[in-house]
Design a protein around this ligand. Structure first.
Ligand SMILES: [Zn+2]
Length: 126
């Protein structure tokens, strides 16, 4: 990471931003649920922690991986070096430690080699 900020400072800033987001999510849900929270147990609270944590982790993966796959840095065929043409996008699932994350990748075609290739493969792995 190119940031000059210390790791502790970045973690503190991230924590503050997440507090704002979580407060907004919980406030919106509280508005929908009324006073149902008065009857929830510690197990209900723990279930919500896990569920929201998993959703946040997945969304972080979706958005960060999309940055890698949206921009094609090198459209040259890995076999012959000629520029390829973008033909379509394909969706696939990346398996992470926090579950599968969907990504969309541009598929390119090389007219010389008559084959397709995915320039983003090198950026995020297979
Ligand atoms: Zn080629």
């Amino acid at each position: 990471m190119a940031s000059k900020k210390s790791r502790e400072l970045r973690i503190e800033e991230r924590e503050e931003r997440l507090k704002v987001l979580v407060a907004a999510v919980l406030a919106a849900e509280a508005e929908e649920e009324g006073d149902a929270w008065e009857h929830e147990t510690i197990d209900d609270v723990e279930d919500a922690m896990v569920e929201i944590g998993d959703l946040v982790a997945r969304e972080v993966g979706v958005q960060k991986l999309a940055r890698h796959t949206e921009k094609v840095k090198d459209d040259r065929c890995p076999r012959c070096g000629h520029a390829g043409c973008r033909v379509e996008d394909r969706g696939r699932e990346i398996i992470t430690r926090r579950g599968t994350v969907p990504v969309s990748e541009a598929k390119y075609h090389c007219r010389q080699c008559r084959r397709d290739f995915f320039p983003s493969d090198g950026a995020i792995g297979h």
